[in-house]
Design a protein around this ligand. Structure first.
Ligand code: XMP
Length: 522
């Protein structure tokens, strides 16, 4: 059993596969309302347990009306709730009302200029008038509404004469061809606020910092006198979850397990132990370095590395839990994006990397799951972490992949390569902290390349490996920009790495965004 949702009212987002669907939910929560994502092809209305003030239809890759394309479910078409259709969602709402669509004729990607005309603005949407008539919006579409049915008013066009905004003349249905959830849309937040607060009249009642007391209460109700085995990685999510569970149940009912697979950052295992001790959480570290290294010996394929590490994790847990009948629950720091992604909304999404570090653990251990953050985003978990008094150094840590340095040592892994990379990475991270850049990037790390280059140190020729530094900006890791670090800073870091780390004689900076690259190199 998972913990129930934190509140029973908010907004429903119907997902049609847009890469931005999660972003819509985040934006709504940021403006102060709770939102949940459900499959856009769901044919039945959600149960009465969740009171929704309005419905948002996401964008998506389909072309309305083509074979296999998702259509507007009848319970949505018949709903009396306000609806906001975004891109594909707008096209669905236009088609359901008899409008004419066209495909592939007016593609627009990126920034567009939009002009409003308020002449036909329906009464229920009067609030939109407070927005500037001319705006920059973010488009990402190949299809559009050529001519809406006469039951709709067209409120805005782009410079290319694409219908940008439509509103039903009677029902509170608004369609946007562009993406208000994307930061590049100048007045996106204002538009979402107008829909949520003025058109739907929803109360502003979501604030993740207030979730602490109710989360503690729900954990107590769920676990009772049981005992939780909690998998921790030293990262933000599982750390905050372990502290929250301990706060709710007491240290004797929560046992955190930390697997040291030998692919952690420099001195990480020791640091995690000290942090957990200072926060009063019971922690056992399982030293599995030898076992992991021996299984990874000679493995170069990234997916194979991930699979081996995932399996070894489970084996280490199983061995620890074996015969310990006192455990009733398994705690995990699963976040809402993990839940949505593994539920397969955004159907058709290709597996780029298998990220499920301890996937399969719940089935193997046959324990009940406790996932206090199942409905939360990472920034919301950070807010809870701060409210719990967890040190900023921990709460604001950069994400670190479950397979650790294994996916940052390109090619085969050896203990020596792990040591070399740990040293280089520690220098980079220390410089980032000292200069204040650490908090300005989403993630930063060093990568060890299986490439040797010639150098000269003193009067000697060197022939050693190349280290790549990577720093990215992101808000959720789905897309990423390149960290804008000054060249003088990078030169200092590079010099210190080459001077101090035996094994590296050249340092380069990765200047690729995601997409087309991913954040990690493997
Ligand atoms: P990519 O490399 O896919 O990374 O652009 C996106 C984010 O996910 C992290 N990442 C992982 N996290 N297990 C994890 O827990 C993994 O196997 C894994 N691979 C990548 C990555 O560090 C970035 O934050």
């Amino acid at each position: 059993m998972h913990l129930q949702r934190p509140v029973n009212e908010g907004f429903l987002i119907l997902d049609y596969g847009s890469q931005y669907t999660l972003l819509i939910a985040r934006r709504l929560r940021e403006i102060g309302v709770y939102a949940e994502i459900i499959d856009g092809s769901r044919q039945t209305a959600p149960s009465d347990e969740f009171h929704y003030h309005g419905i948002i239809l996401s964008g998506g890759p389909d072309t309305v009306g083509e074979e296999g394309a998702r259509s507007l479910p009848s319970w949505v078409a018949q709903s009396d709730k306000p609806i906001l259709g975004i891109c594909y969602g707008m096209q669905l709402m236009a088609e359901a009302s008899g409008g004419k669509l066209r495909s592939g004729q007016q593609r627009e990607y990126g920034k567009s200029h939009l002009s409003f005309d308020w002449k036909d603005l329906p009464k229920y949407a009067e609030t939109l008038k407070s927005l500037p008539k001319d705006q920059i919006v973010w488009m990402s579409h190949g299809d559009d509404v050529e001519a809406p049915d006469s039951s709709f008013a067209t409120l805005a066009y782009t410079d290319d004469k694409v219908v940008g905004v439509i509103a039903h003349r009677e029902k509170p249905w608004i369609g946007l061809q562009f993406h208000p959830e994307v930061q590049h849309t100048e007045y996106g937040e204002e538009l979402l606020k107008a829909f949520v607060f003025d058109i739907c009249k929803a109360p502003r009642n979501w604030d993740s910092s207030q979730m602490l007391d109710s989360s503690i209460e729900r954990i107590r109700q769920n676990v009772g006198k049981g005992k939780v085995l909690m998998a921790v990685s030293g990262g933000v999510d599982s750390t905050v979850a372990a502290v929250l569970l301990t706060r709710a149940l007491g240290a004797s009912q929560v046992h955190a397990i930390f697997v040291d697979h030998g692919l952690l950052r420099k001195d990480e295992a020791k640091w995690v132990q000290e942090q957990f001790a200072s926060m009063g959480v019971q922690l056992t570290t399982l030293d599995q370095k030898k076992e992991f290294y021996s299984e990874l010996d000679g493995i170069t394929d990234p997916e194979q590395k991930r699979k081996i590490i995932g399996r070894k994790f489970i084996e280490a847990f199983e061995a620890f839990a074996k015969g310990k009948k006192e455990f009733t629950h398994l705690g995990q720091g699963t976040l809402y994006p993990d839940v949505i992604e593994s539920a397969g909304h955004g159907a058709g999404a290709k597996v780029i990397k298998s990220h499920h570090n301890v996937g399969g653990l719940p089935e193997k251990l046959a324990l009940e799951l406790v996932e206090p953050f199942r409905y939360l985003f990472k920034d919301e978990v950070r807010t809870i972490g701060r409210a719990l008094g967890i040190p900023a150094l921990l709460v604001d840590r950069h994400p670190f992949p479950g397979p650790g340095l294994a996916v940052r040592i390109i090619g085969a892994i050896t203990e020596e390569k792990v040591r070399v990379l740990q040293e280089a990475d520690a220098i980079f991270i220390r410089h980032l902290h000292d200069s204040g850049f650490y908090s300005q990037v989403w993630q930063a790390f060093a990568v060890l390349l299986p490439v040797k280059s010639v150098g000269v140190m003193g009067d000697n020729r060197t022939y050693q490996e190349v280290c790549a530094l990577r720093a990215v900006t992101a808000s959720d890791g789905m897309t990423a920009g390149v960290g804008d670090l000054p060249i003088s800073f990078l030169v200092n870091v590079g010099n210190e790495i080459v001077r101090k780390v035996n094994g590296i004689n050249r340092v380069v900076y990765d200047v690729t965004t995601k997409p087309p690259a991913t954040i990690e190199w493997e």
